[in-house]
Design a protein around this ligand. Sequence first.
Ligand code: PRP
Ligand code: ZN
Length: 292
Amino acid sequence: MSKLRLAIQRNGRLSDDTFALLRRAGLEFDSPKGRLIVNCDGLPVDLLLVRDDDIPNCVRSGACDAGIVGPDVVEEDRLQCRGPSHVQRLEALKFGRCRLALAVPEGKAGLFPVDFRATTIATSFPGILRDFLAAQGMERDVTIMSGSVELAPRLGIADAVCDLVSSGATLRANGLKEVATVFESEAVLIGRTELGDVAVTILARLLARIRSVLRARSARYVMMNARRDQLDAICRIAPGVKEPTIIPLASDPDQVAVHVLSSEGGFWETVEQLRAVGATDILVLPVEKYLE
Ligand code: PRP
Ligand code: ZN
């Protein structure tokens, strides 16, 4: 194989953010809508578009080399397959935050666990749910559904559901209310532990690019002018990743330009403090990519 096969969610919570991240990492591809395999330019990668729940199995079985998915389905797959998983988490991707939650019909919601009278719970995550129930000292029947879990109470199949909640729109649309969080999740890059040399090299390049994109997202390049005698105060405030760069101004030897790469939040507060100690002409620029 001369290409890396990367499994991603075809259509769902993770899809748009996944496409955007891969494009920012330099993968070029046409709209994947309605397609199952997409060849990329920019790196030798083929995208395999599947249901997110199938991604860990694709990677474990060797059908794909890597994938982008929530740890919820990775953990469920690990509990189901019981044997060695051959799947490793490589990087948290800072999108796709969601939680696996227990939910019951609106009218029946009460304080968990005291009011939780459900006897049957429908879920696509029986392994994680059973572990959670055991840790709570609860015994409940678990009904396994591969999709449309939120319909189960209305269909009379179950009293409660345990499913992924992101915006909460699906629960609301089905008259359900969350009563407990079972597992918290965000998208991760996973890879097979045993890969051929070519796939290892491409995956390392993809991972390095993804890391530079993620680092850049929280980074800002800040430029300002100041008097030399204000430098100590400015350097104490400016949250630089590295030492600031100090450049004398041609017209006035007492004035300098200070450039600093910042990776911290609280941006407006910092700028206000910089102004308060005398910095002027403050420019804040977004960082496109950041390779250490
Ligand atoms: C999950 C889950 C809900 C939806 C919840 O589906 O099964 O259907 O997301 O999101 P919301 O709180 O924003 O409404 P997923 O994206 O995993 O797709 P799938 O049903 O094809 O597995
Ligand atoms: Zn899913």
